[in-house]
Design a protein around this ligand. Structure first.
Ligand code: GCU
Length: 429
């Protein structure tokens, strides 16, 4: 009985509780953000200026190497195309509004090895290949929509008592549990398809989860952990997104040249890194990605490098730990991550109450990436001032800060759909 009361109290209190205990040394005072100098994306490491698009292409490779070496680690180039199993197709899904496809993409020949389950919805009435949103999900494909046809897959869960993780069949009561984050019908009605996969299929998200994911498949004989400049979990998830795109390229009902990669929070960090490396992604959308995503690291506001490395030591490469408390020494910063995606469109979104992710820092990354877009002849919106809440600005770069909490909402999606319309539905396409 007592434990029942405690549970009830916890449930009532739940919305008021912070997502986790905030570290004591976190700064939320704008006046205490120290001065910093950002590395110039338009200057080579040896100091030469970058003045032409041709020079930018070389500088881009230099910046990409820096991110690989110090932050995300190198991902292996896919040596072989993975062989997906034939998809299961339902042409009359969601009451006739959608074509639903589900496909298993094994990452190795080992039947017990990791494999990705890709869920695809396409508008049923499309007369030509459709543009897509592609993003990983946190809780399993079955949580994205209540559609009973979605396979009930296996997900990773932590035992609250022992703190150990195990993989188990998802509970059917969690069907549609994350549906507020995936407005499937609206996406379809606007003429887009949606593809998503559970991120734990690629690598489960906990320290030590690496051995159940794809990274060991690429170890050299005898290797037990990644070298200091080899990929972390975010690198693995980003690699998984590229493998999903490989699959989308094989589907004639999909226009793989118009795929927007999207992600929320840690998966927003992942979406940016995926688009930075893989130029086949036509657009990137980062929702509340924060530290290690769109937020300028040198601004000491909200989460910092040492916080993230302490709580999520598996996300970045081992070299990244050298920059705990030393953000000024990092050879890159978030504006360069966005610049790597240029000239392709990038949308960054923040939420007012999500101070941990540093909304201003997320905005400033766009401001400081803009010179690269201008050099490449792409129009950028007026970024002199941070726009007021709920007033998006968009051109080749897009930004909004929404009222409310750390989340991805239907309103956020409205803006992403408008942004995609702007770039994917121009005359002649
Ligand atoms: C934590 C982490 C953030 C991350 C977020 C999320 O808050 O510190 O860096 O973005 O989790 O993925 O939800």
């Amino acid at each position: 009985m007592r434990s029942f009361r405690a549970l009830l109290a916890l449930l009532l209190l739940w919305p008021a509780l912070p997502a986790f205990a905030q570290p004591a040394d976190v700064n939320y005072d704008e006046a205490k953000v120290p001065k910093y100098v950002l590395p110039d994306p338009l200057r080579f490491s040896d100091g030469r200026p970058v003045k032409t698009a041709q020079q930018w292409r070389q500088r881009r490779l230099e910046i990409l190497r820096l991110f690989e070496t110090w932050m995300h680690g190198r991902c292996p180039a896919p040596k072989v195309r993975l062989r997906a199993q034939p998809p299961e197709v339902e042409r009359n899904a969601l009451g006739g509004q959608a074509v639903r496809k589900q496909v298993v993409i094994p990452f190795s020949n080992d039947p017990a090895g990791p494999r990705m389950h890709l869920l695809i919805y396409l508008p049923a009435k499309a007369s030509r290949p459709v543009p897509m949103f592609l993003g990983l999900n946190f809780r399993g494909n079955h949580a994205v929509h209540a559609d009973p046809g979605i396979w009930l897959g296996e997900i990773w869960v932590q035992d609250q008592k022992t703190k150990t993780w195990k993989k188990q069949k998802a509970d059917h009561t969690t069907r549609g549990a994350a549906a507020s984050r995936w407005p499937v019908e609206k996406i379809l009605a606007r003429g887009y398809g949606l593809a998503t996969a559970y991120y734990g299929d690629i690598e489960p998200d906990f320290d030590g989860g690496m051995r159940y994911g794809v990274r060991p498949l690429f170890f050299r004989p005898g290797q037990r952990e990644p070298a200091p400049d080899e990929w972390g979990a975010i690198g693995a998830w980003a690699w998984g997104l590229s493998r999903a795109l490989d699959y989308l390229e094989t589907d004639r009902e999909i226009d793989a040249r118009r795929v927007a990669v999207i992600g929320h929070s840690r998966l927003g960090k992942t979406a940016l890194w995926a688009a930075a490396q893989d130029t086949r992604f036509a657009m990137a959308i980062s929702n509340d990605s924060g530290e290690g995503g769109a937020a300028i690291t040198r601004r000491r506001f909200g989460e910092q490098i040492h916080h993230i490395n302490a709580r999520f030591p598996h996300w970045f490469c081992l070299n990244y730990r050298k920059f705990d408390h030393r953000e000024d020494d990092l050879p890159v910063d978030a504006h360069m991550l966005i610049a790597l995606i240029a000239p392709r469109p990038v949308y960054v979104a923040s939420a007012e109450e999500d101070r941990w992710a540093d909304p201003r820092g997320e905005f400033l990354a766009l401001v400081h990436a803009a010179p690269v877009y201008r050099l490449l002849g792409r129009p950028v919106p007026d970024l002199r001032e941070m726009p007021p809440a709920n007033k998006p600005v968009m051109d080749t770069l897009g930004y909004h800060i929404r009222t409310g909490k750390h989340d991805i909402t239907a309103w956020d999606w409205e803006q992403y759909l408008a942004f995609a319309d702007r770039h994917f539905k121009r005359a002649g396409r």
